[in-house]
Design a protein around this ligand. Structure first.
Ligand SMILES: [Zn+2]
Length: 121
């Protein structure tokens, strides 16, 4: 018996997590990734993206640092899609840099910033 690592409440039957909490968490995490990726591709203003992902994160009880991690992954996904079919225009590059600046993303964010968390699961 221990506290669920997702919701912080006691988990009696399972060890340190509720199945539903884990499912909710991953659904929200993937949604943040997806929303970010689409938003970057559609060049939606970072402020709007932030509002949306904050909502998803709060529904899925996603901590801030993992929310950022999901955003970084979505960003990298969008970037690789953009680079696949053509060379970036100056305008696109500017938008991408603006997005990174807004969310204070670095390349490191896209890696295993939260490795400890994943290892725990
Ligand atoms: Zn729970």
């Amino acid at each position: 018996m221990g506290r669920c690592k997702y919701c912080g409440k006691w988990a009696v039957l399972s060890r340190r997590k509720h199945k539903e909490c884990k499912a909710n968490f991953w659904m929200a995490y993937k949604e943040i990734m997806y929303v970010t990726q689409q938003s970057v591709l559609e060049r939606i203003a970072p402020l709007m993206v932030e509002k949306k992902v904050m909502e998803i994160a709060s529904d899925g009880r996603i901590p801030m640092e993992l929310m950022k991690h999901a955003i970084a992954k979505g960003f990298v996904g969008a970037l690789s899609l953009l680079l696949k079919d053509h060379v970036l225009s100056g305008e696109e590059e500017e938008a991408l840099i603006g997005f990174m600046d807004f969310f204070v993303l670095t390349e490191k964010d896209a890696d295993a910033q939260c490795r400890g968390f994943w290892g725990f699961s």
